[in-house]
Design a protein around this ligand. Structure first.
Ligand code: G3I
Length: 351
């Protein structure tokens, strides 16, 4: 496998990085393999999507596209604690097992999401007055139960999700309050014991820029690895809004984590906009998707680029950001937008 740091791939990518998408000659790079998955072949970067399991079960066109376009998949919700253990001691592995089996049939790697988070916890955790010791035991049991259940079937786990605030301080969560700052290291050690084969990531949003938040992640990852804690990857979710500008220093940010010797990944990419869309906004969106993919392709150990849903037909953004949307590379009819073409051409140029 020839990664893109040398020869035409690197030069072409460097040119795009400087000149932007517009530099690509029409159609020149569109030969051979179909879809995003085909275009990514041989680049060393897997292309993925978050999967809505209801849509996968009930929408044939969606299901076909998930199989054809992506070589890695992430469950959008069905591996979260509230979904896998809705009542204490009763596990609901079914929907997640369905994704594992779908991925196996389609030769896709599975990113597990997520073992430790302050959100989407089962109500019995938030509504019960557990002691600190009980919460510690519950967290440990959960990690061994879930990572153990999927042992050997998960390529990479988001072990701890969104533990820091924007200023780089530790987020005040039930886990920080109960277990103290050491909960992050404990979670990684337990996850590694439960499944030594999975690549273990710490994952967050607003982690694409050089900022107090990513400075803190840089130091945290460095310190934890120095202590022998198996933090093996840094995940940048990549939720952008064109109205806030794009992370022009993302390559520099990814490179410093690469220099730490950890894997990196873009784990939940979408680029939303204030509606209605227009040609300028969709072009800015395409540049947003392309900028992060180029950064990934130009860095030695960036291993995957996952969009958080590939079609506007099934997307979380409108439900959270009123008046915003159109955040994915395909429209509601699963037709490609300029962002899709940019992703495909950027992969092809990197081969
Ligand atoms: O499962 C229940 C269902 O039983 C109930 O009938 C229905 C009606 O309320 O809600 C369903 O739960 C919803 C769940 O998605 C599954 O569809 C929750 O209300 C809804 O809040 C939840 O939204 C998810 C959100 O995380 C929750 O925080 C989004 O789909 C998902 O895209 C989003 O993903 C997160 C990542 O995990 C972490 N990073 C940010 C990203 C976007 O917020």
């Amino acid at each position: 496998m020839i990664r893109v740091r040398t020869g035409l791939g690197a030069a072409a990518l460097a040119a795009i990085t400087v000149l932007g998408v517009a530099a690509l000659p029409n159609g020149a790079a569109v030969a051979g393999d179909t879809g995003l998955r085909g275009a990514a072949r041989g680049t060393g970067v897997k292309i993925g999507t978050a999967v809505d399991m209801n849509a996968l079960a009930n929408d044939a066109a969606y299901k076909e596209a998930v199989a054809a376009e992506f070589n890695t998949v992430t469950p959008e919700n069905v591996m979260k604690w509230s979904e896998v253990e809705p009542t204490q001691g009763t596990y609901n592995w079914g929907p997640a097992d369905d994704l594992i089996n779908f991925a196996r049939r389609n030769g896709q790697a599975v990113r597990g999401h997520t073992l430790v988070w302050h959100s989407q916890l089962p109500s019995w955790i938030n509504e019960t007055d557990f002691t600190k010791a009980q919460l510690r035991d519950l967290l440990r049991r959960h990690i061994f139960a879930e990572a153990g259940h999927f042992k050997g079937k998960i390529w990479a786990w988001d072990v701890v999700n969104e533990p820091l605030n924007e200023d780089g301080t530790l987020r005040d969560t039930i886990w920080l309050r109960a277990l103290g700052p050491g909960y992050i290291a404990d979670a990684f050690r337990w996850a590694h014991q439960a499944d030594p084969s999975a690549i273990l990531f710490i994952n967050d949003y607003n982690a694409e820029w050089l900022s107090p938040k990513t400075d803190a992640y840089y130091q945290l990852v460095k310190d934890l690895r120095h202590q022998g804690v198996p933090v093996q990857g840094f995940g940048m979710q990549g939720h952008l809004g064109i109205q806030y500008g794009l992370p022009g220093d993302v390559l520099e940010n990814v490179r410093r984590f690469d220099a730490l010797g950890v894997k990196t990944a873009f784990t939940e990419v979408d680029v939303r906009m204030i509606l209605p869309t227009d040609q300028y906004r969709t072009q800015a969106q395409a540049e947003g998707f392309g900028l992060m993919l180029r950064a990934c392709l130009l860095v030695k150990n960036c291993i995957s680029y996952t969009v958080w849903g590939f079609t506007d037909k099934y997307n979380w953004v409108p439900g959270v950001f009123a008046g915003e949307g159109s955040a994915t590379p395909m429209d509601e009819q699963l037709q490609p937008k300029p962002a899709y073409d940019t992703l495909r051409e950027t992969f092809l140029l990197a081969r």
